[in-house]
Design a protein around this ligand. Structure first.
Ligand code: UDP
Length: 339
């Protein structure tokens, strides 16, 4: 175990939906430790109410101390603007450590700004690798791990990756998956009687839940068309509900696919975490390119088809719980699971 010094002030940088969810539980634990004070910085990467504010209110989080309001633009522009603003906050707050989660531009900007100021960085979800450098998330993960002082790994595979890359064992703490803690906590609060299933007229275990937001799918018209075509086929067999990420909605809208698609698929806005947990827990199958959603499918013992060529969560594939669908559902027939 690395030496975890009881720093007085932790500055947490978050900015995207999965980070709010993870931080909700960790921040609650920090509040309970009198020796620690947390300053929460929201970069603004996700800013729509249903991608951000809903999680703060639903998961009982304190509002962020700083909201930098940075979103949009290319990766370089977004990350660069975050770097500038986070550095300013760090110079004002002078924290003893900076805490970052996952693999977004907010993660990298927080880690880089802190490391350059010689402030030690703690990375939650360290060591995950897809080995696909075309993914912006993979670049963010590798760079963040390289400059982090504490590497909190969720899985054995993540720990091995860091060891293989030469990270000192003193820096690695195999703490397990914070998403699992969150899923256990909130999963117990959600049953089939909740609102969303009724609103959508869905019966437990009789629908497919889909989410699609990775650039590798949304930004490649051929791949997106293949996903859409596959989900439409599935929808002829059983209902498909698809909470649309804002980027995916914008792309489908620009290519005039929304109206046609909404005839066969329940296209809904992003939902809050508790509604999402309900949709996941009672789905027959989950089809997703999300890292978090493929794990939650497993936590709730729902079969999952991952709409990607590879995944960082290799254990779920090895256990045959999760199936990669490089040919987009041609290999794994979702409708077979949805009788
Ligand atoms: N999620 C949610 N509402 C939605 C879609 C997802 O609350 O409409 C939750 C989901 O349960 C998971 C997290 O958001 O905990 C995953 O976020 P996302 O798919 O955006 O990112 P990734 O996990 O791929 O980094």
């Amino acid at each position: 175990m690395p030496l975890i010094v009881f720093h007085e002030k932790i500055l947490t940088v978050i900015g995207a939906r999965p980070q709010f969810i993870k931080a909700s539980l960790v921040s609650r634990a920090i509040v309970r430790m009198p020796s620690l004070q947390e300053v929460l910085v929201h970069t603004g990467q996700h800013f729509e109410a249903n991608m951000s504010a809903v999680f703060f209110s639903e998961l009982g989080m304190q509002p962020p101390t700083y909201n930098l309001g940075i979103h949009g633009g290319g990766h370089g522009e977004m990350t660069g603007r975050m770097l500038i603003e986070i550095e300013r906050v760090l110079q004002t707050e002078k924290p003893d450590a900076v805490l970052v989660y996952g693999d977004t531009n907010s993660t990298l900007a927080g880690a880089l700004a802190a490391a350059k100021l010689q402030i030690p960085v703690a990375h939650v979800e360290a060591g995950l690798r897809s080995f696909n450098m075309a993914m912006p998330e993979e670049i963010n993960r590798i760079l963040t791990d390289r400059i982090s002082h504490w590497l909190f790994t969720p899985t054995d595979a993540a720990k091995s990756h860091l060891e293989n890359e030469g990270a000192s064992p003193n820096r690695i703490a195999a703490v397990g998956d914070v998403m699992y803690d969150v899923a256990l906590h909130y999963g117990a609060l959600v049953d089939a009687e909740g609102r969303i299933l009724g609103q959508l007229n869905l019966k437990p275990r009789s629908y497919v839940l889909a989410t699609v937001h990775r650039a590798e799918n949304t930004d490649d018209p051929k791949r997106l068309a293949a996903v859409v075509a596959a989900l439409k086929i599935v929808a002829t067999q059983c209902p498909v509900v698809w909470p649309l990420h804002p980027r995916t909605r914008a792309i489908l809208d620009r290519s005039s696919q929304l109206e046609n698609l909404s005839r066969s698929i329940h296209l809904i806005d992003p939902v809050g975490y508790l509604e999402m947990v309900q949709l996941e827990k009672f789905a027959a199958v989950v089809a997703t390119d999300s890292g978090g959603v493929q794990k939650e499918a497993f936590f709730y013992r729902v079969p999952c088809v991952t709409l990607r060529n590879e995944t960082e969560w290799v254990e779920l594939v090895e256990a045959s719980w999760n199936h990669l669908a490089p040919q987009f559902l041609q290999k794994v027939s979702v409708q077979q699971c949805c009788k």
